[in-house]
Design a protein around this ligand. Sequence first.
Ligand SMILES: [Zn+2]
Length: 381
Amino acid sequence: MIRFEVVHQSSQSWARVGILETAHGTIETPAFVPVATQAAIKALPTHHIEATGSQLLIANTFHLHLRPGEDTVATAGGLHSFMQWPKPLMTDSGGFQVFSLGFGRDMQVGKVRKAADTLPYTTIERGTQPSGLTISDDGVHFRSPLDGKNLFIGPKESIAIQQKLGADIIFAFDECTPPFASEEYLEKSLERTHRWAKECQGALTSQQALFGIVQGSHIQGLREQSAQFINSLDFPGFGIGGELGESKEDMDNVLAWTIPRLSAHKPRHLLGIGYLDDMERIVRRGIDLFDCTVPTHYARRGIGFTSQGRINVRQSKYVGDFSTLDKACSCVICQTYSRAYLCHLFRAKEVSSWQALTFHNLHFFNAYIAQLRQRIRNNDL
Ligand SMILES: [Zn+2]
């Protein structure tokens, strides 16, 4: 179980500072949640993660179901002991991966829409199925991307897997709808997501905190309806999922339609969003938690986030630059190594280059959100 308390509400916006207590420790919100898809932060062994200031991690139900399987994780005593992470953990429901394997893969898109001209669909009508899987009212049939085996995940299966994984916070199974879906498709999908939310509640037998997920794409009426419905089901917290429109302004609108309809004393998690320049915007709208692969993904491409903006340490201008990566950063990488050395590691394709920059970027994101928490306390955000 969890306990959540808002300790300060900004006088300037919906932003708030909160304390979220779980069986594995306390989280100060708003908090950034690093993504540990395969029960691992890519390039960073678990024993290094705590020093980045990370308060909780989110692992991926779908991937862990495929490999190593929830039974193996349960035999290890659950995800906490399997990966040796003593602090709070979340697992997502697998809904987003369904979306990625289906229309997402067909259309080569993520959560923010792109130009329609190269896509196989102009509009996705009710009844249309993606090429890689079949969505029914009970769940989703698909082939394992690892070995081609026929698999099925529905709300009950998702909860059963997440119970064996044993994270502190788990999510209801939902359909993350594709961009360019017709309004009729979206309405039908939302009915299904809402029915699945209740089924997930019915299937839960553990003490884990199950968050309901608000969907409804970028349509105001559907978002409002979904927020009201999911709020009425008495979940201990909420996820906000799905497509958020074409621009940052659209994302802002979706949050403005959603957040006021969710109980103010429960935590709200925005799924899969959190570029550095999004953080202030979503926190201002009242988001308490968000997960995002940006710091880790960019690190592996040589991109470091600094107080002076992003830099690509592979560039030739850093070959002889013996200054620190970011003078304002207190992390061990910035206290120890020069840009020249990091540049060399990347150019020499040393795996420690990924580890070093992943560590710094996570530290940077966590320090950035800590500053935002301070600004909220000062009513400056
Ligand atoms: Zn640093």
